[in-house]
Design a protein around this ligand. Structure first.
Ligand code: UTP
Length: 302
């Protein structure tokens, strides 16, 4: 994917993670593991796979563990090698990023909203459109979601492109929903976007999830963006304001998205990935057999 217009990915990781308390009291949500890898690692791998040159992590000062995880730890590598664990050292070195070359840390001193977090990355982005990845939206599939989106963006689109999926009518109020004007293949054009509408007024069931490729005009829009829902500076509000000038499209990615900012989503993602690895088949088979067994203790009625 070399030569893409999209060279930078922004990772907003400065949020409070309140939906996952108490786990997130001392461990950032983005470091919670799905099996053996933290959420942030899946996001980094997806950006790498999409050919991203610079990754900008927008972090809160209290979440320094994210930086410790993302960057190389040469002391740990040396220690592992000394103890004969060279393959572990090599694995960590392959996963980690090198400061300045490809990873930059920006600070969001207060979690004022996703839009504000993206704005904090502005001084560090390379020329051209930027990708935004929310690490708590884990997308599992044959091809990386960002890679698919950037290929589509480079081929056909300018302006703003957002990852979308169809949701059920009773779910629209949890998402940004597009006002769809047309569809061609995986792309839907839109002339509006409504944040968390009630089901009876939702313009469609096309919901925005945590991958974006945004025209650089997004930063000027964010500079002047007033607080919206929840008193936060919303990224969707700034995207919506740019529709008239740069346009908006939704991209239906091929993978399956898991909302790992919630306990149920994290559990579902863990089961999905476990089911793809032979080493866990015994555990899963035993659990399923036990759950189906007639000898199981009946659950007492409430
Ligand atoms: P979420 O709204 O899912 O994360 O934002 P949150 O606010 O941490 O979680 P809850 O709602 O309290 O449980 C999606 C992503 O945007 C980041 C979060 O860290 C997460 O990765 N974010 C959110 C910021 O970086 N800054 C913010 O002000 C808000």
């Amino acid at each position: 994917m070399r030569g893409s217009k999209v060279r930078t990915a922004i990772f907003p990781v400065a949020g409070l993670g309140t939906r996952f308390l108490p786990a997130t009291k001392a461990t950032p949500k983005e470091l919670l593991p799905v099996i053996d890898r933290p959420l942030i690692q899946y996001a980094i791998d997806e950006a790498r796979d999409a050919g991203i040159e610079r990754m900008v992590f927008v972090n809160h000062p209290s979440k320094g563990a994210i930086q410790d995880y993302v960057l190389q730890n040469r002391t740990l590598s040396a220690l592992l090698r000394e103890r004969g664990k060279s393959s572990d050292a090599a694995m960590l070195e392959t996963l980690a990023l090198d400061r300045e070359e490809d990873a930059v840390f920006a600070e969001q001193a207060e979690p004022l909203g996703l839009g504000h977090a993206v704005l904090c990355a502005r001084p560090f982005v390379l020329d051209g459109p930027v990708a935004v990845i929310l690490p708590d939206d884990l997308i599992i599939g044959q091809q990386g979601c960002l890679s698919e989106m950037i290929a589509a963006y480079d081929a056909t689109t300018n302006g703003h492109l957002v990852a979308v999926m169809q949701v059920r009518p009773n779910e629209v109020s949890r998402y940004g929903i597009l006002s769809v004007t047309g569809r061609e293949g995986a792309m839907e054009t839109a002339n509006g976007m409504v944040e968390k509408p009630a089901p009876d007024v939702a313009p469609s069931r096309t919901a925005v999830v945590g991958r974006y490729v945004l025209d650089p005009s997004i930063f000027d829009a964010l500079e002047t963006q007033a607080p919206g829902a929840g008193g936060e500076i919303q990224l969707t509000d700034a995207i919506a304001r740019g529709i008239a000038s740069v346009g908006l499209a939704g991209f239906h990615f091929s993978g399956k998205r898991f909302d790992c900012g919630t306990k149920a989503g994290m559990l579902a993602a863990t089961l999905r990935l476990a089911s793809q690895r032979d080493e866990f088949s015994n555990v899963l088979d035993a659990f399923i057999a036990e759950a189906r067994s007639p000898a199981r203790e009946p659950v007492p009625a409430e």
